[in-house]
Each structure stands twice: as structure tokens, then as C-alpha cells.
Design a binder for this molecule. Structure first.
Ligand code: URA
Length: 211
């Protein structure tokens, strides 16, 4: 595995991911599991957040205590619509983070990502960005999202997904070798329709019950 891909293989994540993959898992359960996994993934992705020390008082004594140095500096960018599930769970952990949205749809013939919406904080140049989308399949959406974000020049970019295909990882890193990807698993391959195999189906449909 490339140094640019971190597979977060914590047993709790792997267990919950297996439940998400199963066809019989209901929409409500799928949503709940994505929320739980999102928080666990966020825990790992934010491992290197800088800390500052502040004087506080406990009921017993004063102490110099660690706090996040730049909680508000982080921007979570959701690739609509399935990114919303991961975004919601990360915001539970980092409620002060700023949020951006990129709307992309996949042209059914070319499978290329077409942008229909882009809204990010105006001062993004001073912020660190985490792009979220549960499925890194062909990588076209991820590449298009990061292409577009680089135009507005954030301080740094990381990419978080739940499942990735080897083809998508390769494509992404050919275009963006500087962007670290975090994922819970790398599956076998893509099928002829661009779905991840074995995967979990269409993440957006399963999240919102639009199958
Ligand atoms: N998008 C999905 O939701 N699922 C896939 O398997 C591939 C792309």
C-alpha cells in the first residue's frame, strides 16, 4: 500500500463496515453505522491536530492543560450527496469546524464528474481542508473535487472515505500525489458500472433510502 493511503483497520470500524455492507441492513441502521464509523475515522484523521496549552482550574488545582489550537481552522468539505453522512458525524466531534460543499454528479456515459455546486469559506487559504466522500471508486469525483479546491488554495488537503477501489486510489494519486487518503478498507476492484466490488452498493441510495 502506498504511503499516501492510511487504512484505518480498527476492529470496531471493521465490524461496523461489515454490517453496512450487508444487503439486509436497513436505511436507518446504515445511517447510524456511518455516523459511528465517521466518528471513529475522524479520531484517526485528526491525530496530528496541533495543541495549545491554557491555564485552567480543576476543583483541586491549577494546571496547564492541552486544547485544540485551531479547531475553527478546519474545513470539512462534503462531496454531495453521500459525503453528508460523514460530514455530520465529524461535526459531532469538531462542532466548530467550518463546512464546504461540492456538488458533483457522474455523467452516466463518460463516468466523468460534472460540478453543479461549489461553496466553501471565503478565507479557505488560511484553513486546513478535509474532503469527505464515503466511496472512492473510479476516483473521478475525488480528483475533480481536489482539482477545484486547489484553485482556491487551502493550507492543506486530506481525503477521507469509507471504502476505496485500487483503481481509484491509483488514479487519484497520479493526479494528486500530495494528498493523503484515509479509508477503512481497500476492496478488490471496480465492476463494469464503476461500482466497488464487493463494496456496499450505492452509498447515497443506502443512506437516504432512494434505492
Ligand atoms: N459510488 C457508490 O456509492 N458506490 C460505489 O460502489 C461506487 C461509487
Amino acid at each position: 500500500m502506498s504511503a499516501k493511503v492510511t487504512v484505518i483497520d480498527h476492529p470496531l470500524i471493521q465490524h461496523k463496515l461489515t454490517l453496512m455492507r450487508q444487503t439486509q441492513t436497513s436505511t436507518a441502521k446504515f445511517r447510524q453505522l456511518l455516523k459511528e464509523i465517521g466518528m471513529l475515522l475522524a479520531y484517526e484523521v485528526t491525530r496530528d491536530l496541533p495543541l495549545k496549552y491554557e491555564q485552567i482550574e480543576t476543583p483541586i488545582a491549577k494546571m496547564n492543560a492541552p486544547m485544540l489550537a485551531a479547531e475553527k481552522n478546519m474545513v470539512i468539505i462534503s462531496i454531495m450527496r453521500a459525503g453528508q453522512g460523514l460530514l455530520d458525524s465529524i461535526l459531532e466531534l469538531i462542532p466548530s469546524a467550518r463546512v464546504g460543499h461540492i456538488g458533483l454528479y457522474r455523467d452516466p456515459t463518460t463516468r466523468m464528474a460534472i460540478e453543479y455546486y461549489f461553496k466553501v469559506p471565503q478565507d479557505i487559504e488560511q484553513r486546513d481542508v478535509l474532503v469527505v466522500d464515503p466511496m472512492l471508486a473510479t476516483g473521478n469525483s475525488a480528483v475533480a473535487a481536489v482539482d477545484r479546491l486547489k484553485e482556491v488554495n487551502p493550507k492543506s488537503i486530506k481525503f477521507l472515505c469509507l471504502l476505496a477501489a485500487p483503481e481509484g486510489l491509483k488514479h487519484f494519486h497520479e493526479q494528486h500525489p500530495d494528498v493523503q487518503i484515509y479509508t477503512a478498507a481497500v476492496d478488490e476492484r471496480l465492476d463494469e458500472h464503476g461500482y466497488i466490488v464487493p463494496g456496499l452498493g450505492d452509498a447515497g441510495d443506502r443512506l437516504y433510502g432512494t434505492m
